[in-house]
Structure formats: C-alpha cells, structure tokens
Design a protein around this ligand. Structure first.
Ligand code: ADP
Length: 162
C-alpha cells in the first residue's frame, strides 16, 4: 500500500518527521508531497523545500519526496495512490482536516485520509512558529532536522544582508 503525505512543509519540522517515521512503518511506500502553494507565499521556494526534505529523509528507504502544484486528488490519481496521511496536533487542527478529508473524498470517492498523532513533545510545533522564532533570531535547532536548520540560518542571513 502506498500513501501520500501532502503539505506545504515551509519548512519540514520534527513534528512532520515524527508523522513520516510512523507512516513509513505503516505503508510500503510513503510519498511526501510538497505543495507549491503560491497562495500561502512560502518563505522557502519549492526547490528549497524539496531539497531540505530529501536531505532530511534520506535514511528512509521507503520514503520519497515530490513537488506538486496541481489539485491534490489529480496528483494522487497520476501516482495511483488513494491514501492521504495527515498529522493531527490538537482539536484546533480537527475542523479544517475534517473538511479537507471529506472534500477530497467527495471529489475522489476511493480516497481515504489517515490521521496520526505525533509524540506529545511535537504537539506544539508548527512551521509558522519556526519561521517566526528564526526571523527574530531565536534558536530553532532542536525543532527541525539538521539540514533544515542549516538552510534556515542561510536564509535569514541572506534576508538580513539584503
Ligand atoms: P498544510 O499547509 O497542508 O497545513 P503543513 O506543512 O503545515 O501543511 O502540514 C502538513 C501536515 O502535517 C498537516 O496534516 C499538519 O496537521 C501536519 N503537521 C504539521 N505540524 C505537525 C506536528 N508538529 N505534528 C504532527 N503533525 C503536524
């Protein structure tokens, strides 16, 4: 069974990594699908987000990373996948995730969404919080994989110098 873990991953955090680790044990193959998501105006380009994720996930034999910019269900059909993996942190995630899962199933009836909970130590982690802390000069090294930390340092150094 193949599954797809879609998101913006701007950038990938240890919370995402936790879900990927759990998913990689449940599914034969897991694709981390990185949405271009121009609407969200990501801090990192799609190329940077893919590169950081690939670098951070290279120890997983059955996990691959792909970018996508079309509708999720179209991307899933192209890759012959009908399972979506999503992470649930708190009640606050639930309403949006329920709406998304039901909308995807309405458009693609064979599509099922599987939710996994991360370890409690990752419950409070979000990409937006990482971006906020890093932009104010805070140390985020314990919240993200090392390749992501290196790229964050580089990005904010560049922004500061420009
Ligand atoms: P999106 O733009 O789709 O919300 P994200 O990159 O923010 O993309 O998140 C992708 C998925 O990972 C979502 O299901 C989100 O709930 C989940 N997620 C994000 N952060 C964490 C975390 N700390 N622990 C568990 N799941 C998480």
């Amino acid at each position: 069974m193949k599954a797809l873990y879609p998101g913006t991953f701007d950038p990938l955090t240890n919370g995402h990594l936790d879900i990927i680790e759990r998913g990689s044990k449940m599914f034969k193959h897991l694709i981390v699908a990185i949405a271009e998501n121009k609407r969200k105006k990501p801090l990192f380009t799609i190329e940077e987000r893919v590169e950081m994720a690939k670098e951070s996930l290279k120890s997983f034999d059955n996990v691959s990373v792909l970018p996508f910019s079309n509708l999720l269900i179209h991307f899933m059909k192209e890759h012959n996948i009908n399972i979506i993996l999503r992470g649930l942190r708190a009640v606050s995630d639930f309403e949006f995730e329920l709406q998304l899962a039901l909308m995807n199933r309405k458009m693609y009836p064979d599509c099922e969404t599987v939710f996994l909970m991360p370890s409690s130590k990752h419950i409070f982690l979000s990409s937006s919080m990482i971006r906020e802390i890093a932009s104010l000069g805070g140390d985020v090294s314990c919240f993200v994989p090392h390749p992501v930390f290196m790229k964050i340092e580089e990005k904010f150094k560049m922004i500061k110098e420009s």
